[in-house]
Design a binder for this molecule. Sequence first.
Ligand SMILES: [Cu+2]
Length: 115
Amino acid sequence: MRFFITLVAVSLNIGCGSFRQHRPEISVTYQTGLANGQPIWISSNEELPAKALVHATLINQLDIAHGFEVAGLQGPVVLQPGDTQLVNFNTKGPGTLHATCPLHKNHKPAILHVN
Ligand SMILES: [Cu+2]
């Protein structure tokens, strides 16, 4: 019986590895903060893997609304004061991404490095 269970586990593993290319996944938290008195997203991890699925938890702890957008990858969302929201996006190849706010276009974006 134990041999049978081991065999099933091994075949599932092989099947998964051989036929499906798994996209790496990463969970990141972005919290609002202030830079020179202006809202900015502060990332818990500025390094993201390439071709990965990013689960981003957005937390707006400011007393004003603030938005989140990663151009071409993640459409704009707006968080009201005190809101938390989960968004998902896929990174592409290596490069630099900017997490901007659609409400405060003149403000400094958060820089994310994709490796
Ligand atoms: Cu904003």
